[in-house]
Design a protein around this ligand. Structure first.
Ligand SMILES: NC(=O)c1ccc[n+]([C@@H]2O[C@H](COP(=O)([O-])OP(=O)(O)OC[C@H]3O[C@@H](n4cnc5c(N)ncnc54)[C@H](O)[C@@H]3O)[C@@H](O)[C@H]2O)c1
Length: 321
């Protein structure tokens, strides 16, 4: 198996790379090589098999052609700019999130090797007047440019799979929390920072109130699901290769209660509630009553409770963990 992670320098890409190194196999076969590609040279990951870090800009077809070769058997397409930035920089969003996906699919079509392609979509593809609850086959009605770009990526993935150019699998990721590192440009950034920063002894701002509900998954479960996603039998995917990745709905208040249970009452005192209308305008359009039946049936999993998300952060990611 020769695996390529495009967006291999990002949060999910780095964690996925470490998971693949730890497993050493995918789809029942040893991993012969792993390539991490990103606009910047991704941090190296050491393994018993060759791991290469390389630069690749998915907006540039020639750069994509260098990264995807005849021997690439599994591609993870994780590269994207996230919701806040895609909303602020329209052309950049379409060029990376839409044309980048197109460039990857076109390269694969040109090669004729029909690799597995795991694509990270987002629950931001849902929205507007579509009735609750949202099921896998609910109408995609994104209310942000980011969601629109992901929805287009899904359509392309399905069509290129139907034509037999690629064996595509698309997963609509819940919001990943608790996300380690620095805050990113995602409108959902506060959904991690209100836990991460207080757990590290720093203040954080929550721009929505305690009753705000949303749909979450821990980084640890997300990575496990992405591994399973590559291992699914194509025959089990049906005519729509894209589905929700399992997650769970929690309110901000429920998540703070979970943090109190795991880490005591002190961190929550560092959360300051402050209305931020631009953030609210984006996140309040997102759906939260989501039923990821297809992925659950296929063996993908959500976290048991938000206490798990807090524990995983403390075990896996807190500086000095
Ligand atoms: N983290 C979440 O909450 C979440 C939720 C829904 C969907 N997703 C999707 O999951 C994927 C991974 O998310 P993440 O949290 O790791 O994001 P991230 O921002 O940490 O990583 C994305 C990576 O893509 C790279 N990238 C950007 N433009 C590129 C380009 N032109 N060419 C090549 N690489 C480029 C970035 O440098 C970055 O390393 C993304 O597709 C994202 O849209 C994430």
């Amino acid at each position: 198996m020769d695996v390529l992670i495009i967006g291999g320098g990002g949060l999910v890409g780095q964690k996925l790379a470490r998971k693949l190194v730890e497993r050493g196999e995918l789809r029942g076969k040893p991993i012969d090589s792993l390539v991490l590609a990103d606009v910047f040279n991704p941090p190296a990951v050491s393994a018993d098999f060759p791991v290469e870090s390389t630069t690749c800009d998915i907006t540039d077809a020639a750069s994509v052609a260098n990264a995807i070769t005849e021997k690439t058997s599994v591609i993870y397409l994780l590269a994207a700019i996230v919701s806040g930035q895609a909303e602020a920089e329209l052309e950049l969003g379409y060029s990376i999130n839409m044309m980048g996906a197109w460039n990857v699919l076109e390269r694969v079509r040109e090669l004729g090797t029909r690799p597995i392609l795991v694509f990270t979509s987002s629950i931001a593809v849902y929205g507007g007047e579509v009735p609750d609850p949202i099921h896998d086959h609910s109408f995609l009605n994104p209310q942000t440019s980011y969601g629109a770009q992901k929805a287009i990526g899904e359509l392309l993935l399905n069509d290129y799979s139907r034509k037999g150019f690629v064996d595509g699998r698309g997963f609509r990721l819940p919001t990943i929390s608790v996300r380690p590192g620095k805050p990113n440009a995602a409108a959902s950034g506060f959904m991690s920072s209100i836990f991460r920063e207080p757990l590290n002894g720093q203040e954080a701002i929550c721009p929505v109130d305690r009753d705000f509900p949303h749909f979450y998954l821990s980084p640890r479960k997300c990575i496990e699901n992405l591994v399973k996603g590559a291992e699914l039998d194509a025959a089990d995917l049906g005519q729509n290769r894209c589905m929700m990745m399992p997650g769970r709905m929690w309110t901000i208040g429920q998540m703070i209660d979970a943090m109190n249970k795991v880490a005591g009452p002190e961190p929550a005192k560092l959360i300051r509630f402050e209305d931020q209308p631009e953030i609210q305008a984006i996140v309040k359009g997102w759906r939260f009553d989501l039923r990821p039946e297809k992925a659950v049936k296929l063996g993908l999993e959500a976290d048991e409770s938000f206490e798990d998300n807090i524990r995983y952060y403390l075990e896996d990611d807190r500086p000095g963990a």
